[in-house]
Design a protein around this ligand. Structure first.
Ligand SMILES: Nc1ncnc2c1ncn2[C@@H]1O[C@H](COP(=O)(O)OP(=O)(O)OP(=O)(O)O)[C@@H](O)[C@H]1O
Length: 273
C-alpha cells in the first residue's frame, strides 16, 4: 500500500454489501523532533465501532501519533484519514467527526467549567440553549456540577481531565480519541467515564485511547496496538494480539521490559529492621 493512499474499502459493512472505511486509517506517519524520530513510518487501521487501546512504553510515540491523527501536529510524511477524510486536506469534515482529549490539554482556563463547555459547544455550532443543556448534563454526569462556576485554572488535575473529556463529548462526535483519559482520575469518576465510553461504543461510536494500564485496556478494549520506537509492533483484535497469555506478558515480550537490578541501587536497600 502506498503510504499516502486513502484507506481501501474495508469489509466491515452492514452485511447488505455496503462497506465503510475504517474509523481511522494512519498511513506512513513520520514525525521527527530534532534528533528524535518520534513516529517512524507508522500505519494502522482502527475499525469502525471498535474500542481500541494504544499501548507502549514511555516515549514510544503514542501522544505524537494521536496528535498527528487528529490534526494537532503536522506530520513530516504520511497522513491520517478519519472515516475516509484526510485530516490535512479535508480538515473541517475530519475534525467534525472527532472528539479529542489531548495530553497536556491547553484549555481556555480563565473560563468557568460551565462557560468553557458552552463555548466549545458554540464553536461546534450548537445553538446556545442546546450547548447549555448538554454542558449541564455533562457536568452532572461527571460530578462537576459544584465546580461549574469555578474557573478551570483552579481545577485539580483529575477535574481538568474530566472537563477536557466533557469538551470532547459535547458535539456528539463519531470517534473519540483520548490520550490517557483515566490519568489522575479517582476510581468513582473512572467508573463513570468507563460507562460513558462503553455506552458510546455500544451505540456504534469508535473509541481510541492510550493508556499504560494494561488491565484497564484488557477489560475495556476489543482491539489494541502495541507501539514502540514510533512503530507498530503488533495490532489487531485483543485476543489475537495477546494470544494465550495476558496483554502485559505480550507487551513485555515485544517491548523487552524487565531490567534485573543486580547490584544497582544497592544504596537504597537499608540494613534497618
Ligand atoms: N515537542 C517535542 N519536542 C521534542 N521531542 C518530543 C516532543 N514531543 C515528543 N518528543 C519526543 O518524541 C518521543 C515520543 O514522545 P511521545 O510523547 O509521543 O511518547 P509517548 O508514547 O506518548 O510517551 P509517554 O507514555 O511517556 O507519554 C519521545 O522521545 C519524546 O521525548
Amino acid at each position: 500500500m502506498s503510504t499516502d493512499s486513502p484507506p481501501s474499502v474495508h469489509p466491515q459493512g452492514n452485511g447488505r454489501g455496503a462497506v465503510s472505511p475504517p474509523a481511522l486509517a494512519l498511513r506512513g506517519l513520520v514525525k521527527q523532533f530534532d534528533d528524535t524520530l518520534a513516529v517512524a513510518g507508522l500505519s494502522l487501521d482502527v475499525p469502525t465501532g471498535s474500542f481500541f487501546g494504544l499501548v507502549g512504553p514511555n516515549g514510544a510515540g503514542k501522544t505524537t501519533t494521536l496528535s498527528l491523527t487528529t490534526g494537532l501536529l503536522r506530520p513530516d510524511a504520511g497522513t491520517a484519514f478519519v472515516l475516509g477524510h484526510d485530516v490535512w486536506s479535508d480538515p473541517v469534515t475530519a475534525k467534525r467527526l472527532l472528539g479529542v482529549l489531548p495530553d497536556g490539554l491547553a484549555l481556555f482556563d480563565r473560563l468557568t467549567g460551565a462557560q468553557l463547555l458552552e463555548y466549545i459547544g458554540r464553536l461546534h455550532r450548537l445553538d446556545r440553549e442546546l450547548a447549555r443543556q448538554r454542558a449541564a448534563e455533562l457536568l452532572d454526569v461527571l460530578d462537576l456540577t459544584d465546580a461549574g462556576d469555578t474557573l478551570v485554572v483552579d481545577y485539580s488535575a483529575g477535574m481538568t481531565k474530566k472537563i477536557g473529556l466533557a469538551c470532547a463529548l459535547i458535539h456528539a462526535p463519531r470517534i473519540l480519541v483520548l490520550d490517557e483519559p483515566f490519568e489522575s482520575v479517582d476510581p468513582v469518576s473512572a467508573t463513570t467515564i468507563r460507562s460513558i465510553l462503553q455506552s458510546f461504543a455500544a451505540s456504534g461510536g469508535t473509541v481510541v485511547l492510550s493508556s499504560h494500564v494494561m488491565a484497564l485496556v484488557e477489560q475495556m478494549c476489543d482491539h489494541v496496538a502495541i507501539i514502540a520506537g514510533g512503530q507498530v509492533l503488533a495490532t489487531g483484535a485483543l485476543d489475537h494480539v495477546r494470544g494465550d497469555g495476558s496483554l502485559e506478558e505480550r507487551f513485555v515480550d515485544l517491548v523487552g521490559g524487565h531490567r534485573d537490578l543486580g547490584n544497582g541501587l544497592a544504596w537504597l536497600r537499608t540494613s534497618q529492621g
